[in-house]
Design a binder for this molecule. Structure first.
Ligand code: NAG
Ligand code: NAG
Ligand code: NAG
Ligand code: NAG
Ligand code: NAG
Ligand code: NAG
Ligand code: NAG
Ligand code: NAG
Ligand code: NAG
Length: 420
């Protein structure tokens, strides 16, 4: 039992890496022989300020920034941030600005769109480019941990997966933006898990009346062909399930348990910590040390163990279904059918403007799974309303913090907005 426990705990860390946004450190920040989270402290300069988006990131560069709150139907109180206009546009009554909502991926939050300079970071570029920019923060992340009746200490607080993010967080946040901007439809930009939830919602014909167009950075939908050996391993040995079973609810990747495990894992000669991140998510080509440091100092954020269980179900099985309770009887109880309901991506309406961009080095939004997604979507979609951009050198994190993303990805994306 002790051995089993120890094994599970060692592998706990891998699941962090596996399912996190997946950052390769480009050798600037390798997790070498002496690895621990402390390395971040040793190799990165101390963070000049806590990463509070409005008080530090936006303020540091002179952008206006607002705090908003919205309560989901199931009681989670989410924080949204807004940069209503650029630095040099002081006319805040300019109602011609189109709203854009940025929806982050797994184990990060809205700050990840603002980690570089105004010339690098998507959030700032859009504000200076004439958009009204909104940032979602999903349940369980640093600024969205309140609830009408639960506390993050309660197991019930963590009783959700991306099914609930798609069903509750996404529509609440979109509605708030829509209501606040006088009923303007919103341009949506999602990364990673932020793409899965909008595809799921679209497939059920939800939120279509709130969205003007959708940009999917590293679309994640099908996961069963993933190239990441570690992801496969973790999914196949039911790693996340083990933790669920052991009574863990919150997955806090920077908590004391994960920290201890990191030290243990990297002390194991069979595990090469040097390139663990790239083994998981693919080798990012284009990260600057300063942005990588900012990323590591702020991220990662908590998610629920149940969410990880759901994602590993997707690695093990083809198709995209709701959370599987593991047996026909329990599924019947929750869904009134023996298998969890399918999200049928073929039923996404063919007129929704969509811009998809994916990388050749991305092990999470990997090429075979993405091809399958594209086959599902592009074939039947109105050709005027779908665009695909393939970036051969890019892995998962490059799309959000890559130094050349403004030229390679964001410029064609804004062109797309202007045409839709
Ligand atoms: C590990 O780091 C400590 C300081 O944190 C240092 O004293 C020690 O020499 C390092 N060990 C190796 C093997 O690099
Ligand atoms: C601000 O923008 C609005 C709408 O474009 C315009 O009507 C108004 O005159 C502008 N105000 C100033 C002070 O420029
Ligand atoms: C209003 O916003 C548009 C972009 O949406 C920008 O081109 C224009 O300069 C702005 N007008 C003022 C008065 O700030
Ligand atoms: C949120 O972030 C702040 C600043 O980095 C930190 O002090 C605080 O402990 C975090 N809160 C949670 C719940 O993670
Ligand atoms: C959390 O939400 C509750 C219920 O709406 C509210 O009373 C409380 O002040 C909130 N706490 C924080 C820290 O915002
Ligand atoms: C979690 O939610 C499901 C329904 O969605 C419910 O059946 C179950 O009892 C809940 N578990 C906990 C620990 O709250
Ligand atoms: C948006 O406005 C509609 C109609 O007034 C209202 O029903 C809904 O609750 C509002 N939603 C949010 C999130 O503010
Ligand atoms: C980021 O790295 C690239 C390539 O090494 C370099 O050209 C660029 O100047 C760097 N940018 C910043 C802001 O450090
Ligand atoms: C998915 O939707 C498409 C288009 O509406 C339909 O032809 C197909 O039969 C559906 N597949 C399943 C498994 O329900």
């Amino acid at each position: 039992m002790i051995l089993l426990n120890l094994m599970a705990r060692n592998l706990f860390l891998l699941s962090l890496l596996i399912l996190s946004l997946g950052l390769n450190s480009c050798n600037a920040l390798s997790w070498g022989d002496n690895s621990s989270m402390d390395d971040i402290g040793q190799r990165c300069p101390p963070s000049p300020h806590p990463f509070s988006m409005c008080k530090s990131e936006a303020a540091a560069f002179g952008y206006p920034c607002e705090d908003h709150k919205v309560t989901t139907e199931d009681g989670y109180i989410l924080s949204l941030k807004r940069i209503p206009h650029g630095r040099f546009d002081t006319n805040s009554t300019n109602n011609t600005r189109q709203p854009v909502l940025l929806f982050h991926g797994l184990m990060v939050d809205g700050v990840s769109w603002l980690l570089g300079t105004p010339k690098q970071s998507l959030g700032f570029l859009l504000a200076d480019g004439g958009f009204d920019v909104w940032f979602a923060n999903t349940r369980g992340t640093n600024t969205s941990r309140n609830h009408t009746s639960l506390s993050p200490k309660d197991p019930a607080y963590w009783n959700w997966t991306w099914d609930e993010i798609a069903a509750y967080d996404l529509p609440s946040v979109l509605e708030l933006v829509y209501n606040h901007t006088g009923g303007q439809k919103v341009h949506y930009i999602g990364h990673s898990l932020g793409t899965l939830i909008i595809l799921a919602a679209f497939s059920e014909h939800k939120v279509l009346h709130l969205v003007r167009s959708a940009v999917l950075l590293c679309p994640i939908a099908y996961l069963s062909r993933t190239k990441s050996k570690l992801t496969r391993l973790a999914a196949e040995i039911f790693l996340a399930e083990a933790f669920h079973f052991l009574g863990y609810h919150e997955f806090n990747p920077v908590g004391p348990v994960a920290h201890e495990i990191l030290i243990q894992v990297c002390g194991n000669p069979e595990i090469d910590c040097y390139d663990l991140f790239s083994a998981v998510a693919g080798p990012d080509c284009c990260l600057n040390t300063s942005t990588t440091c900012a990323f590591l100092q702020h991220a990662p954020q908590s998610t629920s163990i149940k969410n990880l269980v759901h994602l590993s179900q997707m690695v093990r099985h083809q198709g995209i279904r709701r959370y599987d309770y593991g047996n026909a009887k329990d599924n019947m109880k929750h869904y009134n059918q023996p298998r969890p309901p399918l999200y049928n991506l073929s039923s996404i309406p063919t007129h929704v403007p969509m811009f998809l961009t994916h990388g050749g080095q991305d092990f999470l939004g990997d090429v075979p799974d993405t091809r399958h997604l594209l086959r599902t979507l592009v074939r039947s979609h109105d050709s005027d309303n779908i665009e695909v951009l393939y970036v051969p050198d890019y892995a998962h994190a490059d799309f959000v913090i890559g130094f050349n993303a403004p030229q390679l990805v964001y410029a064609p994306m804004v062109d797309f907005f202007q045409r839709h």
